[in-house]
Write a protein that binds this ligand. Structure first.
Ligand code: ATP
Ligand code: MG
Length: 561
């Protein structure tokens, strides 16, 4: 298993456990797994788990399986299965062998259930869901035994077979483990392991009308695949005794160990598939891959790089303490990785016209400029100049603050890769808006300093005649509230997270780009000098025809003060 992952290794408690297991000879190599439920697209939280599971397998020359946890047929689909695989590959990881499915084990799981019945460890229960809840007790109250708990093995076997054969209506019976209704751990109070549900399954079709529950399925799937370290998030800590109980009471090939780490929670966004799904189905965003979404496909379309996301995962680390991370940490990691990956070009997004009055009409010249200041292998392109150019509106001020080094009446500035110009005249419209600057070139400043004075400021620009117009999508955070799903109103109830959607999370403008950008391949990432990192939209940018760029991230953190 190999990836392009070159992120340095940072240790954590799970690595220490693996080191010990290998040193003690408990394992000769490791097998991990990533077990998504195909009921939505993967998000940044999953990316953390992916980097952990696949990353460990890479570092220890072990294997990592991809297993679709498809035991809830209502919400699962092949669209999600495909997108999950795409996202993992795009992040730079490879699973060992074929994609696996919990549903591959339905026959085996059924056989193990029969074995548990045979050994007196499972029974068919007829309590209704309400009754079951009532019998379960609470955190402070022990539960009560189901009246069906002491059925004979023969009776249980007969009833379970008939459940499978479709003789009973949905929800009328369950198969439960016989553990301990008085256990302090609610998960051990005779948990349900099978329920009756007549739903079409995306892989097994209508073969089954009974489906196994997650806790039962997961540990057995891990054991059947020879997983050594089964890593999950902390909310499963209380399920570990059940994980172990099931494996201890069955004749399975091995007994994997479960370890828990804290879930990633990102501020200014959401990491719940259910809520992300709501945004999509209610049309509040433009699909699962909307560049504002924290999904892997959204981040990809936004222009984030796999290396940036892996760097982020490495920085936030793996531990058991709260993992609540500001968006600026992700943006910082993305920015850092793009700094060395992205070609530089010039673009003007809020243009103001500059006429170079002493530049001959109709003439044009060009200079070659590198695509990256530190990577000559990125090559060079020609940057043409002509009498009319665009510069950025905020690179001009007629009442500049102290220390201003950009355009101002009478002031000089260098055009990046070109001449020093001087602003001679400001043209305004009737409303007092600056509409044009008339500037003159110092012809003796191409590739050298002007005589007898220093010009410190350098601004970006494009030739009006040579530049191409582009649709530029300026994305910002999806929510204006740091924890959109954790705000409570005066009544103590949670406020609907939709209220905190940032109304300015997308602004679409026309910008002017160096012509080379028109030929960019979809998903090519650039730094627009002095403006930020942008990507040619994966779907809407058409090389040679139509330029569409998305802003991935600015050059500086503009959110935190
Ligand atoms: P959601 O609540 O968004 O549906 P989930 O945990 O139910 O999340 P799964 O598809 O079951 O989603 O997750 C697959 C794997 O990814 C699990 O091992 C889970 O622990 C891990 N995972 C999911 N969300 C996060 C997160 N926010 N941080 C770290 N790991 C996560
Ligand atoms: Mg889950």
């Amino acid at each position: 298993m190999s990836t392009e992952n070159t992120t340095p290794v940072v240790s954590n408690f799970i690595r220490s456990i693996i080191d010990e297991d290998l040193a003690a000879g408990r394992h000769t190599s490791i097998v991990t797994r990533f077990p998504p439920e195909p009921n939505g697209y993967l998000h940044i939280g999953h990316a953390k788990s992916i980097c952990l599971n696949f990353g460990l397998a890479d570092d220890y020359q072990g294997n990592c399986h991809l297993r679709m946890d498809d035991t809830n047929p209502e919400k699962e689909s092949d669209e999600y299965v495909r997108s999950i695989q795409d996202s993992i590959r795009w992040l730079g990881f490879h699973w060992d062998g074929e994609v696996r499915y919990a549903s591959d084990y339905f026959d085996a799981l059924y056989g193990y259930a029969v074995a548990l019945i045979g050994s007196g460890h499972a029974y068919v229960c007829e309590l209704t869901p309400e009754e079951m809840r009532e019998y379960r007790g609470s955190l402070t109250q022990p539960g009560r035994d189901s009246p069906y708990r002491n059925r004979t093995v023969a009776e249980n076997l007969d009833l379970f077979t008939r459940m499978k054969n479709g003789e009973f209506p949905d929800g009328s019976r369950t198969l439960r483990l016989k553990i301990d209704m008085a256990s302090g751990n609610v998960n051990l109070r005779d948990p349900v392991i099978y329920r009756i549900r007549r739903v079409h399954h995306h892989r097994t079709g209508d073969k089954w009308c009974i489906y196994p529950m997650y806790d039962y399925t997961h540990c057995i799937s891990d054991a059947l695949e020879g997983i050594t370290h089964s890593l999950c998030t902390l909310e499963f800590e209380d399920h570990r005794p059940l994980y172990d109980w099931v494996l201890d009471h069955l004749d399975v090939p091995c007994h994997p160990r479960q370890y828990e780490f804290s879930r990633l929670e990102m501020l200014s966004t959401l990491t719940s598939k259910r809520k992300l799904n709501a945004l999509v189905t209610e049309g509040l965003v433009d699909g699962w891959d909307d560049p504002r979404m924290p999904t892997v496909e959204g981040m990809r379309r936004r222009g984030y790089s796999p290396a940036g996301i892996r760097l982020f995962a490495q920085r936030i680390g793996i531990s058991k303490s709260a993992n609540i991370i500001d968006m600026s940490v992700l943006e910082g990691a993305v920015r850092e990785s793009l700094e060395s990956e992205a070609s530089r070009i010039m673009a003007v997004l809020d243009p103001i016209k500059v006429t170079l009055t002493n530049y001959t009409e109709g003439l044009s010249a060009s200079r070659s400029a590198p695509y990256h200041p530190h990577h000559p292998e990125f090559g060079e392109r020609e940057v043409p100049i002509a009498r009319e150019i665009w510069v950025e509106r905020d690179d001009f001020s007629d009442a500049p603050p102290k220390g201003w080094q950009r355009l101002t009446p009478g002031g000089e500035v260098r055009l990046r890769y070109s001449y020093v110009i001087k602003c001679d005249e400001v043209v305004k419209d009737a409303a007092g808006q600056v509409i044009e600057l008339k500037c003159s070139i110092d012809h003796d400043t191409l590739g050298k300093n002007p005589e007898g004075r220093k010009v410190k400021g350098v601004i970006h620009w494009v030739s009006a005649r040579h530049a191409i117009p582009a649709e530029v999508r300026l994305y910002d955070r999806l929510f204006s509230e740091p924890r959109p799903d954790a705000v409570r109103g005066e009544d103590g109830e949670y406020v609907d997270f939709r209220q905190f959607l940032n109304p300015d999370s997308l602004r679409v403008i026309t910008g002017y780009l160096e012509a080379t950008a028109l030929d960019a391949a979809p998903e090519a990432r650039y730094q627009f000098e002095r403006l930020g990192y942008f990507v040619a939209d994966r779907y809407d940018h058409q090389p040679g025809k139509k330029a569409v760029f998305n802003r991935a991230v600015g050059l500086r953190d503009t959110w935190s003060k």
